[in-house]
Design a binder for this molecule. Structure first.
Ligand SMILES: Nc1nc2c(c(=O)[nH]1)N[C@H]1C(S)=C(S)[C@@H](COP(=O)(O)OP(=O)(O)OC[C@H]3O[C@@H](n4cnc5c(=O)[nH]c(N)nc54)[C@H](O)[C@@H]3O)O[C@H]1N2
Ligand SMILES: Nc1nc2c(c(=O)[nH]1)N[C@H]1C(S)=C(S)[C@@H](COP(=O)(O)OP(=O)(O)OC[C@H]3O[C@@H](n4cnc5c(=O)[nH]c(N)nc54)[C@H](O)[C@@H]3O)O[C@H]1N2
Ligand SMILES: [Mo]
Length: 769
């Protein structure tokens, strides 16, 4: 499977639950594949434990009293993937040119193993060659000094620790830029823009213990099974207590239906499963604003009826009066919507929306979770604010067992934002940095991910330094971005594994290999711990304990310091070497920068369950401009572009066998797609209308009207339970179809969940067969 060639997929019904023996088998198979004999060994035992390491997969909360094995199928895969003994070493690069490697699949590149030595691209031979760390730092520093800081971008992917991230933003700001795009710009940035306006905090308010006290759980566009599987434990607990779980998702995701806990011997032996969803609403992609408006309309009507009949109010009128602003306008908006419109846009029936409203109204405390199905849309910001509207109607924020829960992606993506990785100057305490380190930080906003793409396209960005990630695969518009990327003067990629971004060189190109979080990080004062923030604002320490795969690796803090020292004039107030020698000094610096958020940071580092950052909204202290929680009226019911004849909405999905652009394998078990990813999942009625049979090969062509042709052929049609008018395909393969300009208003998150496309038969592929 080395080549990028398209693999034919096989479709099989997956009748099992999420978890269960299928999960154990999947873990066992990746472990053999990765040649790591770890199941039952110390490594998995240490995963997500207070004295162990924090999983490198998702950012879901880690309990104070963990399960004996506090890991999931995908966490185990991520661990195996990182600690594989396989190596992508200088001999490998001696044997392969970059031109050759550009034919390799995402899977094959990473599967080859860990990067082991610092490398520089040699254009004459079209190969990466080994260099010393000192040479690398010296040349990169010299190049950065020649560039205008405003032309340089510092990207972060969401895995780097709080310590590395803090040093990174300080380095970039001392150099002279706020160009700090990160993966959250493609992810929950819609949340980070939406929530401060309405509840005064950029993050979720729910703590893990709220799941023990909740009466009802809503899910909008989040695929727990695959993307935050450990969350199935609290969901299972809630289900056993009879708590209704209400899901809005265009696709029936298996784990949101049924779950067998692989860590429960009785369930495993008896094959018993726990139901998860009590109600499953197959909303149309981009239909959530309408669906929630329908639920709110029903609640407002129920409240009127309750008043007429002298029954207790349905709305929490005291909360609304005391704590909120904008209720009347919002209620008027809901009343003004017709059920006909709400049904047409949401794809749900009036009866379904009313049923969801009844379930919501019965519960005293409701948690609302959401993910990329909400944020990655043209009105992603307003979709997040609609979730808040729904919660505010019954005072479901700042109450035990209730709250909003945007489920974040990368294991420290939320934390990076907390310690200053932001392109938005106003979100960073620049005066404090100035005071602490005696330099003048840049004051204007920097480039976010989409801005950075546009600036690369028109040549305004000349240098790109990345702390992790696979930028060129994760972003939209591959066929335009790759050629533009090749014009960069400087590309520096700090990474653990080889990926596509590393294969498109600029004029000066370095690939710098770092230790992973599971590896022991020995520095001058001994082995170092690092820290991260989970989805519920809890901060955890993490100890590596595997010997690094290569003696030539450096830690991320060490690499950041090496680059900073080679680039910046000496500043007596920043002792980079001392920080690298003892990360607790970096934590002291973080505490000094945000004393209220990180009080006693070092002392509290290994608090079981993590220590939560204080959050006003949890106590109903609204740090919004008007001091209230705000209802908002959405500008549009449709969370997608206006409908056009013959145009389908393409939803780009993650499979069960991938972590973002890291493709572990070609199966998407729960959705029943095996052995290939070049597929389009389609409603059978749409297939019939287009005269398509299962297995036919089609081409998708973007319908965006900017004069640029974007297309992807060789895709196999598979029948699938998705609402008519929408189709699904996999990320990152489909990213070539997404225009850079197609993003959420306000947050610029690429609108990857509704890409307008036309469908053509792929006659070239048919002829080739
Ligand atoms: N194993 C694994 N874990 C991961 C990742 C991974 O790739 N693999 N990625 C990590 C990262 S960075 C992130 S951000 C998270 C992502 O985790 P999620 O937020 O779950 O994101 P997606 O997998 O993209 O899928 C979102 C879900 O939204 C649904 N959906 C699509 N459009 C709509 C819509 O319009 N409305 C509604 N209601 N639903 C919709 C899809 O059917 C899908 O179930 O997971 C993190 N964890
Ligand atoms: N169409 C479409 N596009 C999307 C999405 C979508 O749903 N649909 N989702 C978006 C989302 S939510 C996100 S978060 C982005 C993800 O975008 P990124 O975060 O940029 O991508 P990843 O695939 O997570 O990055 C994988 C690479 O990270 C490196 N890496 C792994 N661990 C470490 C480490 O510890 N240190 C360092 N330095 N490097 C490491 C490895 O070299 C690996 O190849 O993609 C976005 N793009
Ligand atoms: Mo993400």
């Amino acid at each position: 499977m080395t080549q990028q060639r398209k693999q034919k997929a096989v479709q099989k019904d997956y009748s099992g639950p999420a978890g269960g023996w299928g999960s154990v088998r999947a873990v066992a198979s990746i472990l053999t594949q990765e040649e790591v004999r770890i199941l039952g060994s110390e490594i998995l035992w240490k995963q997500n434990k207070p004295d162990g390491f924090m999983c490198v997969s998702c950012s879901w909360a880690k309990p104070a009293e963990p399960h004996p094995f506090e890991f999931c199928e995908n966490g185990a895969k991520a661990t195996a993937w990182e600690i594989t003994p396989k190596k992508t070493d200088p001999a490998f690069f001696e044997a392969h040119t970059l031109t050759e490697l550009r034919d390799w699949s995402d899977h094959a590149l990473e599967e080859n193993g860990r990067l082991t030595h610092p490398l520089r691209y040699d254009a004459a031979r079209d190969k990466y060659v080994q260099v010393s760390w000192d040479e690398a730092y010296a040349e990169i520093g010299a190049e950065l000094k020649k560039l205008d800081p405003k032309e340089v971008v510092f990207y972060t992917s969401g895995r780097a620790s709080l310590e590395a991230s803090y040093m990174w933003q300080l380095f970039g700001r001392m150099y002279g830029t706020n160009n700090f795009p990160d993966s959250s710009n493609m992810c929950h940035e819609s949340t980070s823009v939406a929530l401060p306006q309405v509840i005064g905090v950029p993050v979720g308010t729910v703590l893990l213990e709220d799941f023990e006290h909740t009466d009802c759980i809503f899910f909008f566009g989040q695929n727990t099974t695959t993307n935050s599987p450990r969350m199935l434990h609290p969901l299972q607990g809630a289900s056993k207590r009879g708590v209704p779980i209400v899901v809005f998702n265009p696709i029936r995701e298996r784990g949101l239906e049924r779950f067998t806990n692989p860590q429960n011997p009785v369930e495993m032996a008896t094959g018993s499963t726990t139901r998860i969803a009590t109600q499953y609403y197959q909303v149309k992609p981009g239909g959530d604003i309408a669906a929630i408006a329908g639920v709110c309309k029903a609640l407002i009507e129920m409240d009127v009826v309750a008043q007429q009949n002298g029954r207790p109010r349905v709305l929490d009128v005291d909360f609304i009066a005391q704590h909120t602003h904008g209720f009347e306008d919002f209620a008027a908006f809901c009343r003004a919507q017709s059920w006909v419109d709400l049904e047409a846009v949401s794809g749900l029936s009036e009866a379904e929306m009313r049923q969801a409203a009844r379930t919501y109204a019965k519960a005293n405390a409701v948690i609302a979770n959401y993910g990329m199905g909400m944020t990655q849309h043209v009105h992603g910001v307003e979709a997040c604010q609609m979730v808040v509207n729904l919660l505010l109607l019954r005072g479901n924020i700042g109450k035990k067992g209730a709250g909003i829960s945007p489920v974040r992606g990368h294991s420290n993506v939320q934390g990076q934002r907390t310690v200053g990785i932001s392109e938005k100057a106003k979100l960073v305490p620049l005066d404090r940095l100035k005071e602490l380190y005696g330099f003048e930080p840049p004051r204007e906003d920097g480039l976010a991910t989409v801005d950075a793409c546009e600036a690369i396209l028109d040549g305004r960005v000349r240098g790109f330094v990345a702390l992790g990630g696979n930028f060129l695969r994760a972003i939209p518009d591959h066929s335009r971005m790759e050629p533009a990327w090749g014009k960069l003067r400087l590309s520096v990629q700090v990474a653990t594994k080889l990926n596509r971004t590393h294969l498109i060189p600029g004029e000066v190109t370095y690939l710098l290999p770092c230790r992973g979080r599971i590896e022991i990080d020995r520095q001058a004062t001994g082995p170092q711990a690092v820290s991260m923030e989970d989805s519920t604002t809890c901060i955890h320490g993490s100890n590596g304990f595997r010997e690094p795969v290569s003696a030539h690796l450096r830690s991320e803090p060490a690499i950041v310091a090496g680059l900073a020292k080679a680039t910046l004039a000496r500043n007596p107030k920043v002792d980079w070497d001392a920080w690298v020698g003892d990360y607790s000094l970096v934590r002291d610096a973080i505490e000094k920068t945000w004393p209220d958020q990180f009080e006693g940071f070092n002392k509290r580092l290994f608090t079981p369950g993590g220590f939560p950052r204080p959050l006003g909204a949890r106590e109903r202290k609204w740090t919004t401009p008007n001091g209230k929680a705000n209802f908002t009226v959405p500008k549009s019911l449709e969370n997608r572009l206006p409908a056009e004849e013959g145009v389908y909405q393409l939803v780009t999905l993650r499979s069960d066998g991938q972590f973002n652009t890291t493709v572990y394998g070609l199966d998407d078990r729960f959705r029943g797609v095996f052995g290939g990813r070049d597929v389009v999942l389609m409603n059978t009625a749409d297939m019939a209308r287009l005269g398509l049979e299962k297995g036919d090969t089609i081409r998708l062509v973007t319908a965006y009207h900017d004069g640029i042709r974007r297309e992807l052929g060789g895709l196999q049609v598979l029948p699938f339970g998705i609402p008519q008018g929408s189709i699904a395909g996999y990320y990152p393969e489909c990213n070539v179809l997404i225009p850079v300009g197609h993003h959420a208003q306000g947050s610029k998150v690429p609108a990857a969940k509704s890409v307008p496309v036309r469908i053509e038969k792929d006659t070239a592929a048919l002829a080739a067969e």
